[in-house]
Design a protein. Structure first.
Length: 278
């Protein structure tokens, strides 16, 4: 597997350039097309004005105040990417909202790059809510970039959160292009699963699978913990990892919302890029 079409969410955010540069470095390494997608939210604005028509009868015919922000975001994206030397770049302005438009765009991409959070804008949910929506609805893997990323180069020390689940397996497959280029790849299992032979069995199978792709794996025994999300982040920091690869929303969506979960904790607190799939 390789990434040949990488999509990145372009928006007006102080940290947006970090995700642009990381996405550009991945595109350069993979020989991929990089597309910046900005979403004006015009269609959502029209819909909400129509729904509130009885109270707000005035309908705006000039939507430039929405499109101008998206155009500025695309200009900043182009400028940031140009500095990396990447030439295979295109920009797309979509009049939909991010939560609906980005999953549709992701149908035609191998990887979608998002910010962990961004400055609130009209008709757009907060950054964490947007990422959660895309993890559920986007068909391709998602790379979530924190707002204070220190190094935008290719990750060299990824950490795989491994439990043998379908979601974790999909995340590992989605990360193969990055894992192949990494120097040291590690995997950790917390609270050994009681199926498929336990932690030793699933760790050995993962190591054998990655060896088929020329990837050496360092296996870390995470032991039993009460909060796997916090333990994962602490381990990643202690071992100077620069990327976390993990499945998302392994429990039911209802349980994730009511009780929280590893996905919620990591999205909220991680200072490292997250490559996630479900």
């Amino acid at each position: 597997m390789s990434y040949k079409s990488i999509l990145v969410h372009a928006c007006e955010s102080p940290s947006a350039q970090l995700r642009y540069r990381l996405a550009a470095h991945i595109a350069l390494a993979e020989g991929a097309q990089l597309t910046g997608i900005a979403l004006s939210g015009v269609t959502e604005f029209i819909y909400q004005c129509g729904a509130a028509g009885a109270v707000l009868p005035t309908v705006f015919e000039d939507f430039s105040f929405l499109t101008e922000g998206a155009e500025r975001a695309l200009a900043e994206f182009s400028s940031s990417v140009r500095e990396t030397g990447l030439s295979a770049v295109q920009t797309v302005l979509v009049d939909d909202g991010a939560a609906h438009g980005l999953p549709l765009a992701a149908r035609y991409g191998d990887l979608l790059v998002l910010g962990q959070s961004h400055s609130p804008a009209a008709l757009v949910a907060d950054g964490h809510a947007l990422v959660r929506a895309l993890l559920v609805h986007a068909p391709c893997p998602v790379l979530v970039v924190p707002p204070a990323l220190a190094d935008c180069s290719l990750p060299q020390r990824p950490l795989i959160a491994w439990d043998g689940s379908l979601e974790a397996s999909r995340a590992v497959r989605a990360a193969l292009p990055l894992l192949r280029r990494a120097g040291q790849v590690a995997a950790v299992t917390f609270n050994a699963p009681k199926y498929d032979g336990g932690a030793d069995s699933i760790d050995a199978r993962l190591a054998a699978y990655l060896a088929c792709h020329g990837i050496a794996l360092d296996i870390v025994d995470g032991g039993a913990v009460d909060d796997a999300g916090a333990a994962l982040l602490a381990l990643a920091q202690a071992r100077a990892r620069d990327l976390i690869v993990m499945g998302s929303f392994g429990h039911s969506r209802f349980r994730e919302i009511v009780l929280g979960g590893v996905t919620q904790t990591v999205l909220r607190e991680s200072t490292l890029p997250l490559l996630m799939a479900r």
